[in-house]
Design a binder for this molecule. Sequence first.
Ligand code: ARG
Length: 476
Amino acid sequence: MDSSSAPTGQPAAPAAEGTHKLWGGRFAAGPHPLLDAVNRSITTDFRLWPHDVRGSRAWALALHQAGVLSADEHRAIHDGLERVGARIAAGAQPIATDEDIHTMIDRLLHEEAGTPASRLHTGRSRNDQVATATRLWTMHAIGQLDAAVRELQEALLTQAETLTDAILPAYTHLQRAQPVSGTHWLLSHFWPLDRDRTRLAAAAKGAATLPLGSGAIAGSAFPVSRELLRETLGFEAISPNSIDATGDRDFVAETLFVCAMTAAHCSRIAEDMIVYGSSEFGFVKFGDRFSTGSSMMPQKRNPDVFELARGSGARVLGDLVSMLATIKGLPSGYSKDLQDDKRALFDAYDTLMLVLPAMAGAVAELRFDRARMRAAVTGAMMATDLADYLVRKGATFREAHGAVGRLVREAEEAGVDLDQLPVSQVRVAHALFGDDVMDALGADASLAARNVDGGTGPEAVARQVEQARARIAAAP
Ligand code: ARG
Protein backbone atom coordinates (compact mmCIF):
# COMPACT_ATOMS: atom_id res chain seq x y z
CA MET A 1 0.00 0.00 0.00
CA ASP A 2 1.27 3.44 -0.93
CA SER A 3 1.80 5.32 2.32
CA SER A 4 0.36 8.52 0.79
CA SER A 5 -3.03 6.83 0.62
CA ALA A 6 -3.04 6.11 4.35
CA PRO A 7 -5.84 7.97 6.16
CA THR A 8 -4.68 10.96 8.16
CA GLY A 9 -5.75 11.89 11.67
CA GLN A 10 -5.99 8.28 12.76
CA PRO A 11 -4.72 7.16 16.16
CA ALA A 12 -1.75 4.91 16.69
CA ALA A 13 -0.08 3.64 13.57
CA PRO A 14 -0.03 -0.15 13.34
CA ALA A 15 3.69 -0.09 14.10
CA ALA A 16 3.06 1.32 17.56
CA GLU A 17 0.46 -1.25 18.55
CA GLY A 18 1.42 -3.25 21.62
CA THR A 19 4.55 -1.19 22.07
CA HIS A 20 5.38 1.99 23.92
CA LYS A 21 7.14 4.39 21.61
CA LEU A 22 7.77 8.10 21.81
CA TRP A 23 7.17 8.47 18.07
CA GLY A 24 5.57 6.59 15.17
CA GLY A 25 2.36 8.40 14.22
CA ARG A 26 3.61 9.54 10.85
CA PHE A 27 4.78 6.07 9.78
CA ALA A 28 2.54 3.62 7.99
CA ALA A 29 4.94 0.74 8.42
CA GLY A 30 6.68 -0.26 11.61
CA PRO A 31 10.43 -0.14 12.02
CA HIS A 32 12.51 -2.91 10.54
CA PRO A 33 14.14 -5.11 13.18
CA LEU A 34 17.50 -4.08 11.76
CA LEU A 35 16.64 -0.41 12.42
CA ASP A 36 15.67 -1.33 15.97
CA ALA A 37 18.92 -3.18 16.41
CA VAL A 38 21.14 -0.34 15.29
CA ASN A 39 19.01 2.36 16.93
CA ARG A 40 18.55 0.80 20.35
CA SER A 41 20.76 2.43 22.96
CA ILE A 42 19.25 1.26 26.22
CA THR A 43 22.02 -1.24 26.95
CA THR A 44 24.33 1.76 27.07
CA ASP A 45 22.17 4.56 28.43
CA PHE A 46 20.27 2.58 31.09
CA ARG A 47 22.57 4.01 33.75
CA LEU A 48 21.23 7.51 33.07
CA TRP A 49 17.98 6.58 34.77
CA PRO A 50 18.38 8.39 38.12
CA HIS A 51 19.33 11.57 36.28
CA ASP A 52 16.54 11.21 33.73
CA VAL A 53 14.00 10.71 36.51
CA ARG A 54 15.36 13.77 38.27
CA GLY A 55 15.27 15.83 35.08
CA SER A 56 11.67 14.72 34.40
CA ARG A 57 10.55 15.69 37.87
CA ALA A 58 12.07 19.13 37.45
CA TRP A 59 10.41 19.41 34.03
CA ALA A 60 7.03 18.46 35.50
CA LEU A 61 7.42 21.18 38.11
CA ALA A 62 8.33 23.75 35.45
CA LEU A 63 5.33 22.70 33.34
CA HIS A 64 3.09 23.06 36.37
CA GLN A 65 4.43 26.54 37.08
CA ALA A 66 3.93 27.43 33.41
CA GLY A 67 0.27 26.42 33.72
CA VAL A 68 0.59 23.36 31.47
CA LEU A 69 0.03 20.80 34.22
CA SER A 70 -2.68 21.13 36.86
CA ALA A 71 -1.72 20.58 40.47
CA ASP A 72 -3.25 17.08 40.33
CA GLU A 73 -1.46 16.19 37.13
CA HIS A 74 1.78 17.47 38.52
CA ARG A 75 1.34 15.43 41.67
CA ALA A 76 0.47 12.31 39.69
CA ILE A 77 3.62 12.69 37.58
CA HIS A 78 5.80 13.67 40.52
CA ASP A 79 4.72 10.67 42.62
CA GLY A 80 4.65 8.40 39.57
CA LEU A 81 8.27 9.23 38.78
CA GLU A 82 9.21 8.43 42.32
CA ARG A 83 7.64 4.99 41.95
CA VAL A 84 9.34 4.55 38.57
CA GLY A 85 12.68 5.28 40.20
CA ALA A 86 11.92 2.82 42.98
CA ARG A 87 10.96 0.13 40.46
CA ILE A 88 14.16 0.57 38.46
CA ALA A 89 16.23 0.67 41.63
CA ALA A 90 14.53 -2.58 42.65
CA GLY A 91 15.61 -4.21 39.39
CA ALA A 92 12.96 -3.39 36.74
CA GLN A 93 14.45 -4.27 33.37
CA PRO A 94 13.92 -2.85 29.87
CA ILE A 95 11.62 -4.68 27.50
CA ALA A 96 12.39 -5.31 23.84
CA THR A 97 10.62 -2.18 22.63
CA ASP A 98 12.37 0.21 25.02
CA GLU A 99 14.50 2.08 22.54
CA ASP A 100 16.38 4.04 25.16
CA ILE A 101 16.13 4.86 28.86
CA HIS A 102 13.86 7.83 28.17
CA THR A 103 11.36 5.52 26.46
CA MET A 104 11.51 3.02 29.30
CA ILE A 105 10.90 5.67 31.95
CA ASP A 106 8.03 7.08 29.91
CA ARG A 107 6.50 3.60 29.62
CA LEU A 108 6.81 2.93 33.34
CA LEU A 109 5.41 6.37 34.13
CA HIS A 110 2.34 5.59 32.06
CA GLU A 111 1.89 2.42 34.10
CA GLU A 112 2.26 4.35 37.34
CA ALA A 113 0.49 7.64 36.61
CA GLY A 114 -1.89 6.92 33.71
CA THR A 115 -3.06 9.70 31.41
CA PRO A 116 -1.19 12.64 33.03
CA ALA A 117 2.02 10.92 31.97
CA SER A 118 1.10 11.74 28.38
CA ARG A 119 1.45 15.44 29.17
CA LEU A 120 5.01 15.28 30.51
CA HIS A 121 6.71 15.48 27.13
CA THR A 122 5.03 18.84 26.37
CA GLY A 123 7.60 21.32 25.10
CA ARG A 124 10.39 18.84 25.65
CA SER A 125 12.39 16.68 23.25
CA ARG A 126 14.67 13.79 23.89
CA ASN A 127 17.34 16.10 22.47
CA ASP A 128 17.33 18.46 25.44
CA GLN A 129 16.34 15.60 27.75
CA VAL A 130 19.33 13.39 26.95
CA ALA A 131 21.73 16.34 27.01
CA THR A 132 20.43 17.21 30.48
CA ALA A 133 20.64 13.67 31.85
CA THR A 134 24.11 13.13 30.39
CA ARG A 135 25.34 16.37 31.93
CA LEU A 136 23.91 15.43 35.32
CA TRP A 137 25.51 12.00 35.07
CA THR A 138 28.85 13.57 34.13
CA MET A 139 28.77 16.00 37.06
CA HIS A 140 28.17 13.06 39.40
CA ALA A 141 30.74 10.80 37.73
CA ILE A 142 33.44 13.45 37.98
CA GLY A 143 33.00 13.41 41.76
CA GLN A 144 33.61 9.65 41.73
CA LEU A 145 36.65 10.00 39.48
CA ASP A 146 38.10 12.69 41.70
CA ALA A 147 37.79 10.44 44.74
CA ALA A 148 39.47 7.57 42.87
CA VAL A 149 42.33 9.77 41.68
CA ARG A 150 42.79 11.00 45.22
CA GLU A 151 42.96 7.42 46.49
CA LEU A 152 45.83 6.69 44.11
CA GLN A 153 47.57 9.91 45.17
CA GLU A 154 47.20 8.86 48.79
CA ALA A 155 48.88 5.52 48.04
CA LEU A 156 51.74 7.25 46.22
CA LEU A 157 52.22 9.83 48.95
CA THR A 158 52.15 7.27 51.76
CA GLN A 159 54.81 5.22 49.99
CA ALA A 160 56.81 8.33 49.12
CA GLU A 161 56.99 9.30 52.77
CA THR A 162 58.74 6.01 53.57
CA LEU A 163 61.46 6.66 51.00
CA THR A 164 63.10 9.81 52.36
CA ASP A 165 66.32 7.85 53.00
CA ALA A 166 66.35 6.12 49.60
CA ILE A 167 68.51 7.36 46.73
CA LEU A 168 68.11 6.06 43.20
CA PRO A 169 69.10 7.16 39.72
CA ALA A 170 66.74 9.47 37.89
CA TYR A 171 66.73 8.70 34.18
CA THR A 172 66.52 10.84 31.09
CA HIS A 173 66.27 8.95 27.79
CA LEU A 174 66.14 5.97 30.18
CA GLN A 175 69.88 6.53 30.72
CA ARG A 176 71.19 7.13 34.23
CA ALA A 177 71.15 10.90 34.73
CA GLN A 178 71.41 12.16 38.31
CA PRO A 179 70.70 10.77 41.79
CA VAL A 180 67.37 11.68 43.39
CA SER A 181 65.57 10.79 46.58
CA GLY A 182 63.01 7.97 46.45
CA THR A 183 60.40 10.38 47.78
CA HIS A 184 61.11 12.82 44.99
CA TRP A 185 60.76 10.10 42.37
CA LEU A 186 57.42 8.79 43.65
CA LEU A 187 56.03 12.30 44.10
CA SER A 188 56.85 13.00 40.46
CA HIS A 189 53.77 10.84 39.82
CA PHE A 190 51.67 12.64 42.42
CA TRP A 191 51.62 16.05 40.73
CA PRO A 192 50.29 14.99 37.32
CA LEU A 193 47.32 13.49 39.18
CA ASP A 194 46.93 16.74 41.07
CA ARG A 195 46.63 18.54 37.74
CA ASP A 196 44.08 15.92 36.67
CA ARG A 197 41.98 16.83 39.69
CA THR A 198 42.08 20.47 38.68
CA ARG A 199 41.08 19.48 35.16
CA LEU A 200 38.26 17.30 36.49
CA ALA A 201 36.88 20.27 38.41
CA ALA A 202 37.00 22.36 35.22
CA ALA A 203 35.23 19.58 33.29
CA ALA A 204 32.50 19.46 35.96
CA LYS A 205 32.05 23.18 35.52
CA GLY A 206 31.89 22.70 31.75
CA ALA A 207 29.11 20.16 32.20
CA ALA A 208 27.13 22.38 34.58
CA THR A 209 25.14 24.30 31.96
CA LEU A 210 21.44 23.50 31.69
CA PRO A 211 20.16 22.47 28.21
CA LEU A 212 16.59 21.62 29.33
CA GLY A 213 14.09 24.08 27.85
CA SER A 214 15.83 23.98 24.47
CA GLY A 215 13.27 21.52 23.06
CA ALA A 216 14.36 19.71 19.92
CA ILE A 217 16.32 22.66 18.58
CA ALA A 218 14.36 25.93 18.72
CA GLY A 219 13.46 26.23 22.41
CA SER A 220 10.32 25.27 24.28
CA ALA A 221 7.09 26.98 23.17
CA PHE A 222 5.76 26.93 26.75
CA PRO A 223 6.82 29.59 29.24
CA VAL A 224 8.82 27.32 31.53
CA SER A 225 11.19 28.97 33.98
CA ARG A 226 14.66 27.81 33.04
CA GLU A 227 15.94 29.50 36.17
CA LEU A 228 13.70 27.19 38.20
CA LEU A 229 15.07 24.21 36.25
CA ARG A 230 18.66 25.35 36.77
CA GLU A 231 18.13 25.80 40.48
CA THR A 232 16.22 22.52 40.94
CA LEU A 233 18.79 20.46 39.06
CA GLY A 234 21.89 22.13 40.46
CA PHE A 235 23.31 23.59 37.26
CA GLU A 236 25.50 26.68 37.36
CA ALA A 237 24.37 28.30 34.12
CA ILE A 238 21.62 28.23 31.49
CA SER A 239 22.47 27.52 27.86
CA PRO A 240 22.11 30.69 25.82
CA ASN A 241 21.29 29.03 22.48
CA SER A 242 18.95 26.10 21.92
CA ILE A 243 20.62 24.97 18.67
CA ASP A 244 23.98 24.87 20.39
CA ALA A 245 22.59 23.33 23.58
CA THR A 246 21.08 20.28 21.88
CA GLY A 247 24.10 19.54 19.69
CA ASP A 248 26.84 20.48 22.16
CA ARG A 249 28.99 17.63 23.44
CA ASP A 250 32.04 19.70 24.35
CA PHE A 251 31.53 18.65 27.95
CA VAL A 252 31.80 15.01 26.94
CA ALA A 253 34.98 15.66 24.97
CA GLU A 254 36.43 17.68 27.85
CA THR A 255 35.67 14.95 30.34
CA LEU A 256 37.12 12.36 27.97
CA PHE A 257 40.26 14.44 27.61
CA VAL A 258 40.73 14.48 31.37
CA CYS A 259 40.08 10.73 31.45
CA ALA A 260 42.63 10.16 28.68
CA MET A 261 45.17 12.37 30.43
CA THR A 262 44.60 10.59 33.74
CA ALA A 263 44.87 7.22 32.00
CA ALA A 264 48.14 8.38 30.42
CA HIS A 265 49.44 9.32 33.85
CA CYS A 266 48.45 5.92 35.23
CA SER A 267 50.21 4.36 32.29
CA ARG A 268 53.43 6.25 33.05
CA ILE A 269 53.32 5.22 36.71
CA ALA A 270 52.75 1.66 35.53
CA GLU A 271 55.66 1.87 33.12
CA ASP A 272 58.04 3.01 35.87
CA MET A 273 56.94 0.15 38.12
CA ILE A 274 57.17 -2.45 35.36
CA VAL A 275 60.68 -1.35 34.39
CA TYR A 276 61.94 -0.80 37.94
CA GLY A 277 60.39 -4.10 38.96
CA SER A 278 62.34 -6.10 36.37
CA SER A 279 65.22 -8.21 37.69
CA GLU A 280 67.62 -5.96 35.79
CA PHE A 281 66.59 -2.95 37.89
CA GLY A 282 65.20 -4.64 40.98
CA PHE A 283 64.23 -1.39 42.74
CA VAL A 284 60.62 -2.45 43.24
CA LYS A 285 58.95 -5.66 44.41
CA PHE A 286 55.31 -6.39 43.68
CA GLY A 287 53.04 -7.60 46.45
CA ASP A 288 51.31 -10.98 46.43
CA ARG A 289 47.78 -9.63 46.15
CA PHE A 290 48.45 -7.51 43.09
CA SER A 291 50.71 -9.69 41.00
CA THR A 292 50.06 -12.86 39.05
CA GLY A 293 51.88 -16.08 38.27
CA SER A 294 52.51 -17.98 35.09
CA SER A 295 50.71 -21.18 34.11
CA MET A 296 54.00 -22.60 32.87
CA MET A 297 56.92 -20.93 34.61
CA PRO A 298 56.65 -21.53 38.34
CA GLN A 299 59.07 -18.75 39.25
CA LYS A 300 57.12 -15.92 37.59
CA ARG A 301 55.61 -12.94 39.35
CA ASN A 302 54.03 -10.60 36.85
CA PRO A 303 52.89 -7.00 37.34
CA ASP A 304 49.57 -7.49 35.52
CA VAL A 305 47.77 -4.61 37.23
CA PHE A 306 50.33 -2.17 35.92
CA GLU A 307 50.35 -3.72 32.46
CA LEU A 308 46.55 -3.60 32.31
CA ALA A 309 46.62 0.02 33.44
CA ARG A 310 49.12 0.80 30.70
CA GLY A 311 47.07 -1.12 28.15
CA SER A 312 43.71 0.38 29.03
CA GLY A 313 45.13 3.86 28.55
CA ALA A 314 44.99 3.08 24.84
CA ARG A 315 41.26 2.43 24.97
CA VAL A 316 40.49 5.60 26.91
CA LEU A 317 42.50 7.56 24.39
CA GLY A 318 40.41 5.86 21.70
CA ASP A 319 37.24 7.03 23.45
CA LEU A 320 38.43 10.63 23.30
CA VAL A 321 39.44 10.37 19.66
CA SER A 322 36.14 8.77 18.67
CA MET A 323 34.16 11.57 20.37
CA LEU A 324 36.20 14.31 18.72
CA ALA A 325 35.87 12.59 15.35
CA THR A 326 32.09 12.35 15.84
CA ILE A 327 31.73 16.02 16.72
CA LYS A 328 33.83 17.37 13.89
CA GLY A 329 31.62 16.03 11.13
CA LEU A 330 28.25 17.20 12.41
CA PRO A 331 26.06 20.03 11.19
CA SER A 332 24.54 22.28 13.85
CA GLY A 333 21.79 20.82 16.06
CA TYR A 334 21.29 17.23 17.15
CA SER A 335 22.22 14.27 14.94
CA LYS A 336 21.88 10.65 15.96
CA ASP A 337 25.65 10.19 15.78
CA LEU A 338 25.62 11.88 19.18
CA GLN A 339 23.95 8.85 20.74
CA ASP A 340 27.40 7.24 20.83
CA ASP A 341 28.75 9.97 23.11
CA LYS A 342 27.65 7.86 26.05
CA ARG A 343 29.37 4.71 24.80
CA ALA A 344 32.70 6.57 24.82
CA LEU A 345 32.02 8.44 28.05
CA PHE A 346 30.89 5.41 30.03
CA ASP A 347 33.70 3.23 28.70
CA ALA A 348 36.33 5.77 29.76
CA TYR A 349 34.70 6.17 33.16
CA ASP A 350 34.32 2.43 33.74
CA THR A 351 37.90 1.81 32.69
CA LEU A 352 39.31 4.40 35.06
CA MET A 353 37.06 3.29 37.90
CA LEU A 354 38.63 -0.17 37.54
CA VAL A 355 42.18 0.99 36.93
CA LEU A 356 42.54 3.72 39.56
CA PRO A 357 41.56 1.62 42.60
CA ALA A 358 43.58 -1.37 41.36
CA MET A 359 46.60 0.88 40.86
CA ALA A 360 46.14 2.34 44.34
CA GLY A 361 46.08 -1.17 45.76
CA ALA A 362 49.12 -2.29 43.79
CA VAL A 363 51.09 0.85 44.71
CA ALA A 364 50.25 0.40 48.40
CA GLU A 365 51.68 -3.15 48.25
CA LEU A 366 54.96 -2.20 46.57
CA ARG A 367 58.15 -2.83 48.48
CA PHE A 368 61.33 -0.99 47.61
CA ASP A 369 64.88 -2.33 47.60
CA ARG A 370 66.96 0.59 48.83
CA ALA A 371 70.23 -1.30 48.40
CA ARG A 372 69.50 -2.00 44.73
CA MET A 373 68.51 1.62 44.22
CA ARG A 374 71.68 2.89 45.82
CA ALA A 375 73.87 0.41 43.96
CA ALA A 376 72.57 1.73 40.66
CA VAL A 377 73.91 5.21 41.45
CA THR A 378 77.32 5.47 39.79
CA GLY A 379 80.07 8.06 40.15
CA ALA A 380 79.56 9.30 36.61
CA MET A 381 76.08 10.46 37.61
CA MET A 382 77.77 13.15 39.70
CA ALA A 383 79.61 14.61 36.68
CA THR A 384 77.30 17.61 36.76
CA ASP A 385 78.17 18.14 40.43
CA LEU A 386 81.84 18.08 39.51
CA ALA A 387 81.25 20.77 36.89
CA ASP A 388 79.20 22.77 39.42
CA TYR A 389 82.20 22.51 41.79
CA LEU A 390 84.37 24.24 39.20
CA VAL A 391 81.72 26.89 38.62
CA ARG A 392 81.64 27.64 42.34
CA LYS A 393 85.41 28.10 42.17
CA GLY A 394 85.05 30.61 39.34
CA ALA A 395 85.09 28.63 36.08
CA THR A 396 82.42 29.15 33.44
CA PHE A 397 79.98 26.28 33.09
CA ARG A 398 81.06 25.59 29.48
CA GLU A 399 84.69 25.32 30.46
CA ALA A 400 83.81 23.13 33.46
CA HIS A 401 81.63 20.92 31.25
CA GLY A 402 84.58 20.40 28.90
CA ALA A 403 87.04 19.55 31.68
CA VAL A 404 84.69 17.08 33.36
CA GLY A 405 83.82 15.57 29.99
CA ARG A 406 87.51 14.81 29.44
CA LEU A 407 87.70 13.17 32.87
CA VAL A 408 84.67 11.03 32.04
CA ARG A 409 86.42 9.89 28.87
CA GLU A 410 89.65 9.13 30.77
CA ALA A 411 87.70 7.11 33.34
CA GLU A 412 85.91 5.22 30.59
CA GLU A 413 89.23 4.44 28.87
CA ALA A 414 90.70 3.28 32.17
CA GLY A 415 87.64 1.12 32.72
CA VAL A 416 86.78 2.74 36.07
CA ASP A 417 83.95 4.87 37.37
CA LEU A 418 84.51 8.63 37.63
CA ASP A 419 84.91 8.58 41.40
CA GLN A 420 87.59 5.87 41.12
CA LEU A 421 90.05 8.16 39.31
CA PRO A 422 93.04 9.16 41.46
CA VAL A 423 92.71 12.72 42.85
CA SER A 424 96.04 13.60 41.23
CA GLN A 425 94.62 12.75 37.80
CA VAL A 426 91.45 14.73 38.46
CA ARG A 427 93.41 17.78 39.60
CA VAL A 428 95.36 17.82 36.34
CA ALA A 429 92.11 18.24 34.37
CA HIS A 430 91.55 21.79 35.67
CA ALA A 431 93.57 24.21 37.75
CA LEU A 432 90.59 25.00 39.98
CA PHE A 433 90.21 21.40 41.22
CA GLY A 434 91.36 21.32 44.86
CA ASP A 435 91.94 18.55 47.39
CA ASP A 436 88.27 18.55 48.36
CA VAL A 437 87.17 17.63 44.82
CA MET A 438 86.17 14.07 45.67
CA ASP A 439 83.51 15.38 48.10
CA ALA A 440 81.61 16.66 45.08
CA LEU A 441 81.33 13.09 43.83
CA GLY A 442 79.07 11.78 46.59
CA ALA A 443 75.38 11.10 45.91
CA ASP A 444 74.32 12.56 49.27
CA ALA A 445 76.22 15.76 48.52
CA SER A 446 74.57 15.88 45.12
CA LEU A 447 71.12 15.75 46.72
CA ALA A 448 72.03 18.12 49.54
CA ALA A 449 73.01 20.78 47.01
CA ARG A 450 69.50 20.80 45.54
CA ASN A 451 67.26 22.37 48.15
CA VAL A 452 65.91 24.79 45.59
CA ASP A 453 62.08 24.68 45.57
CA GLY A 454 61.05 21.64 43.54
CA GLY A 455 64.52 20.10 43.80
CA THR A 456 65.52 16.72 45.24
CA GLY A 457 67.35 18.12 48.30
CA PRO A 458 66.09 16.75 51.63
CA GLU A 459 64.64 20.07 52.82
CA ALA A 460 63.00 20.80 49.49
CA VAL A 461 61.50 17.32 49.44
CA ALA A 462 60.18 17.76 53.00
CA ARG A 463 58.47 20.96 51.86
CA GLN A 464 57.12 19.10 48.83
CA VAL A 465 55.61 16.39 51.03
CA GLU A 466 53.84 19.09 53.05
CA GLN A 467 52.55 20.65 49.88
CA ALA A 468 51.27 17.29 48.62
CA ARG A 469 49.55 16.55 51.94
CA ALA A 470 47.80 19.91 51.79
CA ARG A 471 46.68 19.39 48.19
CA ILE A 472 45.25 15.97 48.87
CA ALA A 473 43.24 17.30 51.80
CA ALA A 474 41.82 20.17 49.76
CA ALA A 475 38.85 20.20 47.46
CA PRO A 476 39.97 20.15 43.81
N1 ARG B 1 18.93 7.91 22.73
C1 ARG B 1 19.10 9.19 22.13
C2 ARG B 1 20.53 9.70 22.39
O1 ARG B 1 21.15 9.20 23.26
C3 ARG B 1 18.14 10.17 22.68
C4 ARG B 1 17.91 11.33 21.80
C5 ARG B 1 17.08 10.93 20.66
N2 ARG B 1 16.78 12.03 19.83
C6 ARG B 1 16.32 11.90 18.61
N3 ARG B 1 16.11 12.98 17.93
N4 ARG B 1 16.06 10.72 18.09
O2 ARG B 1 21.07 10.56 21.73
